[in-house]
Design a protein around this ligand. Structure first.
Ligand code: PLP
Length: 422
């Protein structure tokens, strides 16, 4: 019997490059006895709504990020709603946002009558493109939402400059960037309001949870009045008079989630380090093969909420779907990025946003038309992205197998492409 040629791509009948089981290497979140003990403590203490662990989590976040106020929320979406509410936006006020993000960076603003103005994302860091942001400012612009997509800090120098020049508030959605820094400053300290989602896949997860951070007493007060029914009573007058009702919703975090979140935050630096070491190691191999792996500039320390890379079909000679097919045949777990562009979603393109924002028929407000083809640069920047596992606990042998899979496919690109055409 002849042995299979180890160099031959699996798609053309060769052996798979990836043979190791990756279940443990990619298990996330990492839950240990420390998380279990923290949850058990809350259960045994018996106060499942107002256990002090939620306040302790807020203290942890305040201390870790060096901010004056932290308010825990039931999820990141609620924390973002609180951020839009806190800014006291008027109906029809405009907020500059990226379209390449999870919808919660944008859509909650409709509930306070604000309108998103979608801006291009730039291709190097996938965050707001400062040039387009500057172009889209109008007399109604009040704020911008900066999202550090996939853990890569945005172009803050230019965005700060624009915000300052036009007196815009910055809401920093740092949900993907727990532990990242920009010019030595932690993401989560860069906005007038900064928000983290602590949803289960995040870098310091709670299961469900969100954190609202600010240094501004007035912003904190408004966020609290929106829906933290146990905190309003502690506010000074006159805000305290809303203690019996809030402003109609309830946003506080469940203590069982807070218990997990405290333990996860404690382990954030060491777990980011391991994941980062692994993905930088793999990035170096993939860069050599012609992929963009979104390596940060020197003044930025990125983290990896997700590991996306960009394929250049014109360089490799492989169409995107053939590349995916060939890598999957090698045993790689490869997916496409999971966020559709927000401006192309029917809530905007079919006009539903106007009803949610209660702006239909309002005089003085020209309702925008959201066109799906409005952001060609964003579409281009997000084309040909592929998503690899995050390898939070992988050893080098698994990473080497993935690198090998890519090497096999790229070195045999011409044969693979020809076989697929034939
Ligand atoms: C960038 C971003 N912002 C906001 C959210 C919303 O957070 P949550 O799911 O906790 O409501 C998420 C995701 O979950 C997110 O990825």
């Amino acid at each position: 019997m002849t042995r299979a040629d180890p160099e031959k791509p699996a798609l053309l009948g060769g052996p798979k490059a990836v043979t190791l089981d990756a279940t443990e290497a990619n298990r996330w979140p990492i839950i240990t006895e420390e998380d279990e003990a923290a949850v058990l403590q809350v259960l045994r203490d018996g106060d499942l709504s107002q256990h002090p662990v939620t306040r302790q989590l807020e203290d942890d976040y305040r201390a870790y990020f060096g901010r004056r106020h932290a308010l825990a929320h039931c999820n990141g979406t609620a924390a973002l709603l609180a951020a839009f509410f806190a800014l006291d936006l008027e109906p029809g006020d405009e907020v500059l946002v990226p379209s390449a993000t999870f919808w919660a960076s944008v859509v909650p603003m409709l509930w306070v009558g604000a309108l998103p103005v979608f801006c291009e994302s730039e291709p190097d860091r996938l965050g707001l493109d400062p040039e387009d942001v500057a172009r889209k400012i109008t007399p109604r612009t009040r704020a911008m939402v900066v999202v550090h997509l996939w853990g890569m800090p945005s172009r803050m120098t230019e965005l700060f400059e624009i915000a300052q020049r036009h007196k815009l508030k910055i809401i920093e959605d740092a949900s993907h960037a727990q532990g990242a820094t920009w010019r030595g400053r932690k993401c989560g300290t860069l906005g007038d309001i900064s928000v983290f989602s602590l949803q289960g896949s995040k870098l310091a997860p709670a299961g469900e949870g969100g954190i609202f951070l600010t240094d501004d007493d007035a912003l904190m007060e408004r966020a609290t009045c929106l829906g933290d029914i146990s905190r309003i009573i502690e506010l000074p007058m006159p805000a305290k008079r809303f203690a019996a009702t809030s402003f109609g919703i309830k946003t506080r975090m469940a203590p069982l989630s807070a218990a997990v979140a405290r333990v996860q935050l404690r382990h954030l630096p060491e777990r980011n380090r391991r994941r980062g070491d692994n993905l930088r190691y793999l990035s170096e191999r993939l860069e050599r093969l012609g992929f963009d792996t979104f390596l940060p500039p020197n003044h930025v320390q990125r983290v990896y909420f997700e590991f996306l890379i960009r394929h250049h079909p014109e360089r490799s000679g492989l169409p995107a779907d053939t590349l995916l097919e060939a890598l999957r045949a090698e045993g790689c777990d490869i997916e496409l990025p999971r966020y559709p562009l927000v401006h192309q979603q029917p809530i905007f393109t079919e006009g539903h946003f106007a009803r949610i924002a209660r702006l239909e028929g309002c005089q003085d407000i020209d309702l925008p038309t959201y066109r799906p083809d409005a952001l060609p640069k964003t579409e281009a920047a997000n084309r040909n992205l592929i998503k690899l596992p995050n390898f939070p606990s992988a050893e080098r042998d698994l990473l080497d197998q993935y690198a090998r899979a890519f090497e096999k496919v790229i070195t045999h690109a011409a044969q693979i492409a020809a076989a697929r055409l034939g």
